[in-house]
Design a protein around this ligand. Structure first.
Ligand code: SF4
Length: 217
């Protein structure tokens, strides 16, 4: 570990091991590092507890916790994990440890400033989210084929907006349509995708299926 790791700090809500519930890595054991704070307040946010508080941890302690949990498949999430300046230091230290790193970000921040990330999962916020900040459009050109552009869909208007967006932009990455966790939406989104033969991947929040609507074990 770099000597400097203990001099750098991040505000952390929680670090835990669970099953990745969404996207290409769905079903894989994963260590989640949830950083505190978000620049958005999505209407249906299910991690409001990560907006404030948390614990100030030095990066060496975060890396130690990851070692102790024993799973180097990492998901750095939030809140919005790219808001804290020293996230760059954490990414470097996790990579030194040999981690495979996924970063889940809300789409408003320039991802091109961050190295060592194996997969970005970038959200595009749809009307139902009522996001206060727009999508950072230049991210589209930085998305690699191994990354994911994710649309969380709560209703038909969201679906149409997402569909128009992928039809009108030259998207070179994987596209994920994830329904909000509601019985009717889960079925409806699947039906709409099939009807339109849309070239996207449908992704259910598997952790909520396993743990009955909860985010984790
Ligand atoms: S970006 Fe994520 S953490 Fe932030 S308000 Fe929206 S859903 Fe919640």
């Amino acid at each position: 570990m770099g000597k400097s790791a203990s001099k750098h700090h991040l505000q952390v809500t929680e670090i835990f091991k669970s099953i990745q519930g969404e996207g290409e890595d769905s079903g894989k054991p994963t260590t989640f590092i949830r950083l505190t704070g978000c620049n958005l307040r999505c209407s249906w946010c299910d991690t409001t507890y990560a907006y404030t508080k948390g614990k100030l941890l030095d990066i060496a302690a975060i890396v130690e916790k990851v070692k102790k949990l024993g799973c180097l498949n990492i998901c750095l999430t939030g809140g919005e994990p790219l808001r804290q300046k020293q996230t760059t230091v954490l990414l470097a230290e996790l990579k030194k440890l040999g981690c495979r790193i996924t970063v889940e970000t809300n789409g408003t921040i320039d991802i091109s400033q961050f190295n060592y990330v194996d997969r970005f999962v970038v959200d595009y916020k749809l009307p139902s989210a009522k996001a206060e900040q727009p999508f950072y459009q230049k991210n589209l050109k930085h998305l690699r084929p191994t990354d994911e552009l994710k649309f969380v869909i709560a209703n038909r208007k969201d679906y149409e907006t997402a569909k128009n967006f992928i039809e009108n932009n030259n998207i070179k990455t994987k596209v994920i349509f994830s329904p909000r966790w509601h019985k009717r939406t889960v079925k409806a989104v699947a039906n709409w995708i099939v009807k339109d033969s849309l070239p996207v991947r449908y992704s259910l929040q598997l952790h909520k299926v396993i743990w009955n609507g909860a985010e984790k074990k």
